[in-house]
Design a protein around this ligand. Structure first.
Ligand code: MBD
Ligand code: FE
Length: 299
């Protein structure tokens, strides 16, 4: 069956380009690539041309997500599947594909209104080593795991599950969370064959399209150093260091300059063969800074 293989890239819109360059490179360790374009710069995490395009239009939110398929046959099969399911989408021109540094591109909107793209053949700069913005002991976990995972805004959860099922992701309500008001929510986590989850939703109402992007280091030292720098710079931490129940990643959540969260992590396990569910995290993840849409007790 045709399916997307991974979350390949992301576009974000920001108001403070300078703060974003400093945060991405000096705090997180990504490579900032500025090609002199007036309205954007890029963040590199590996030898792809980029994984994140930072558009300086000022929305301080997610601009779009890019999901990868293997190649042109899978791209055609995906278009057929979307057509049969009566999902509206647009096959993009060569110029639009060029803009994303891919060969094949289609664009649509997911049920939550999040701009969603499917592509094949990213530009990979195999000649140019990844050069982190600060020294890293290891690198970022990418390849078949993709860029990372994110939590998106969705109003109609069954519609969102059906849409991502169509793209080939699998998942179900996975974590039972008791809210301070006593209500129990069970967010849905969805995965490809790689990362334990690539997209999740169902945390309740959200002000932005995205709650957080999770990215992962291969070496625990780099996560610890990121945490030191976040503390030195007094950047808001929404959830403290802890280990999740589902992907068993050791992570913490810090505010980015657009006031949504980046979850920095290490040590996640991959997707399981069969669905499981959980009622609490392994340890940690204590609540700290409020107002980032994660005022929830995972312990
Ligand atoms: C996650 O990555 C996450 O962000 C939450 C809220 C719960 C489990 C795993
Ligand atoms: Fe997460």
């Amino acid at each position: 069956m045709t399916q997307v293989t991974e979350l390949g890239y992301m576009g974000i819109s920001v108001s403070n380009a300078g703060a974003w360059k400093a945060y991405a490179s000096e705090v997180v360790g990504m490579e900032v690539v500025d090609e002199g374009e007036k309205d954007r710069f890029y963040l590199r995490l590996d030898n792809w041309h980029h994984r994140i395009t930072v558009h300086t239009q000022g929305n301080d939110d997610l601009a779009y997500l890019g999901w990868r398929v293997k190649g042109p046959d899978e791209f055609e099969a995906m278009a057929d599947r979307l057509r049969a399911a009566k999902v509206r989408f647009e096959i993009c021109s060569a110029a639009e594909a060029d803009e994303r540094r891919v060969v094949g591109l289609m664009k649509m909107v997911d049920p939550g209104g999040n701009p969603t793209e499917i592509f094949y053949s990213p530009e990979v700069e195999s000649y140019r080593a990844f050069h982190p913005g600060r020294p890293l002991h290891g690198k970022f976990v990418t390849a078949d795991q993709g860029l990372g995972h994110c939590i998106l805004r969705q109003e109609d959860i069954p519609a969102a599950v059906a849409f991502y099922n169509l793209l080939g992701l699998k998942g179900a309500p996975e974590v039972k969370i008791k809210l301070p008001n006593g209500a129990v929510i069970m967010p849905v986590f969805m995965h490809t064959d790689g990362r334990q989850h690539s997209v999740a939703f169902g945390l309740g109402p959200m002000q932005k399209r995205i709650n957080h992007l999770m990215i992962e280091y291969t070496n625990l030292k780099d996560l610890g150093i990121a945490h030191d720098i976040v503390r030195q710079r007094q950047i808001d931490v929404a959830l403290q260091l802890g280990m999740h129940c589902n992907d068993e990643a050791f992570t913490f959540y810090c505010a980015n300059p657009s006031k949504w969260l980046w979850e920095l992590g290490w040590g996640a396990r991959g997707a399981l063969n069969s669905q499981e569910h959980y009622t609490r995290d392994v340890f940690g993840h204590g609540m700290e800074a409020k107002g980032y849409g994660l005022d929830i007790d995972l312990g």
